[in-house]
Design a protein around this ligand. Structure first.
Ligand SMILES: *[C@@H]1O[C@H](CO)[C@@H](O)[C@H](O)[C@H]1NC(C)=O
Ligand SMILES: *[C@@H]1O[C@H](CO)[C@@H](O)[C@H](O)[C@H]1NC(C)=O
Ligand SMILES: *[C@@H]1O[C@H](CO)[C@@H](O)[C@H](O)[C@H]1NC(C)=O
Length: 448
């Protein structure tokens, strides 16, 4: 059934390959027009032109372009078991960073086990996870991620793995009783956490079930995990590319492009939409405070806000794109920027999006809205985040991979020795605060 599905997909897949092949040609001609506007004596022509295709161009750029071969190499090292199917038992948590971490850990565990998967659902979507009937809301994945891209990229990178999309109310198969908790692959914490140790653990779990018949379809409910793989101990190219099968859903990305274009046009700031990290454009600030008095560095609003403003000034950025879960802190931050002795302007997506787009935004869940910030922040000139926010780490680690791709890697952890209370600074992203547990868990365990 899966093979048939895949065959149906292939025409769309080839169409996207053709589109991708055409893209560089389009970009080259666009770039040519931009810099060689014949006969134009005025200087305004290039600017107008750059705005005409701004969103399209901005959207055509990925922070970390996907290379399927890197994942394919790892998939080919696995012994595949076509009868074994993993289901992410509770779905992925509804949170920008956890969504990615839950699904990517799950995919990694499936790859190492040679298992196929049920398309992961999102927690909160109607999914009965502790019954033996798997009833996933198959649209849920697509509300957060580009589902066509996920299928196309996985089919190319890991054709051995089938991805099942159960129909609603369609009983797929009985899952084995219980939920399997995969053993950690954090080899940085314990050298014994090898692939073999994990597979032995899975094998033992399966064999202890009387219902387990290796020659029959075996559905395993797998507990969701995050940061349970020492990604830095993986082949570098696998670490770089696995996360790229998850691309933010089109609607959230589109609103991000609108917001960035609005920012550029309203404040007459030049933003080159072809750039992942545009120079001298805007500062991205993720406010994440603990609320109430906190003695930990940069954990209260004042300390965090002042630090972001100081950073923006240091990098000569007068526009700050700010995001926060807390609406009153968002408002406070804007006032603080406006009343600063140096002219600074702080704006959020709510200020930038035109009325009809605000309406579109209003129909989204909080996580889909946060994905808009995620996409904008990844492509800020400078980014500032907080240690307690896994969102901040998601942004910083994606940007850090981009930096590494440019051959401009510098040690983000040096900041710990240089600046009190700062955990991370790689020159384009800075994370404020200290947290013993998260510092150890996230930077090695999160897939960029
Ligand atoms: C889940 O399991 C609990 C007890 O194990 C049970 O009370 C509950 O009804 C189950 N929920 C569903 C949706 O099956
Ligand atoms: C929002 O921020 C204000 C001001 O810092 C704080 O008093 C309040 O507790 C915060 N609310 C939440 C839900 O964190
Ligand atoms: C906020 O945190 C800073 C240290 O980062 C501290 O000096 C200051 O006293 C704190 N303010 C409040 C109100 O807790």
């Amino acid at each position: 059934m899966f093979v048939q599905r895949l065959a149906e997909r292939s025409s769309a897949f080839y169409a996207s390959v053709v589109a991708l092949t055409l893209l560089p040609i389009y970009l080259v001609s666009y770039q040519y027009q931009l810099y060689h506007s014949y006969g134009a004596t005025g200087t305004t022509a290039p600017l107008t032109l750059s705005f005409a295709n701004f969103q399209e161009t901005w959207l055509s750029v990925q922070t970390i372009p996907f290379e399927a071969s890197a994942v394919a190499e790892y998939c080919s090292r696995t012994e595949w078991h076509p009868n074994l199917v993993f289901n992410l038992a509770e779905g992925a948590a509804e949170d920008v960073a956890d969504l990615r971490s839950n699904i990517l850990d799950f995919l990694f565990y499936a790859i190492e086990a040679g298992a196929s998967v049920v398309l992961p659902s999102i927690a909160g979507a109607p999914t009965q996870h502790n019954s033996s009937d798997i009833v996933a809301d198959k649209s849920a994945f697509g509300t957060m991620f580009d589902q066509d891209w996920f299928f196309a990229s996985m089919a190319e990178a890991c054709p051995q793995m089938a991805i099942y999309t159960p129909e609603e109310d369609h009983k797929m198969a009985d899952a084995l009783p219980g939920v399997y908790v995969p053993s950690s692959r954090r080899m940085d914490m314990d050298l014994g956490r090898t692939k073999k140790a994990y597979l032995d653990n899975l094998d033992a779990w399966l064999k202890e079930k009387p219902q387990f018949q290796p020659d029959q379809l075996t559905l395993v409910n797998v507990e969701r995990t995050r940061w349970q793989v020492d990604t830095r101990n993986m082949p570098q190219r696998l670490r770089r590319n696995l996360g790229q099968v998850l691309r933010t859903a089109t609607e959230s990305r589109r609103l991000a492009a609108v917001a960035v274009q609005e920012l550029a046009s309203r404040f007459a700031t030049h933003i080159d939409p072809r750039m992942v990290v545009p120079k001298n454009a805007f500062y991205g600030a993720q406010l994440h405070t603990l609320g109430g008095p906190a003695s930990q560095p940069y954990s209260n609003f004042s300390a965090q806000a002042n630090a972001y403003l100081a950073e923006a000034i240091k990098h000569k950025l007068k526009i700050i794109y700010v995001a926060s879960d807390n609406a009153s802190e968002l408002a406070l931050f804007k006032i603080r920027a406006a009343t600063h002795p140096l002219p600074l302007i702080a704006v959020s997506k709510f200020d930038l999006l035109p009325a009809d787009e605000i309406e579109a935004l209003g129909k989204m869940t909080a996580t889909q809205q946060a994905l808009v910030d995620f996409e904008v922040m990844k492509r800020s000139s400078m980014f500032g985040g907080a240690v307690k926010s896994s969102f901040s780490y998601s942004v910083a680690l994606a940007r850090n991979q981009w930096l590494a791709d440019q051959g401009k890697m510098n040690d983000p952890w040096f900041a710990v020795h240089q600046d009190v209370g700062v955990v991370y600074d790689d020159g384009i992203s800075r994370i404020l605060g200290r947290d013993e547990v998260l510092e150890q868990q996230i930077p090695r365990g999160m897939w960029p």
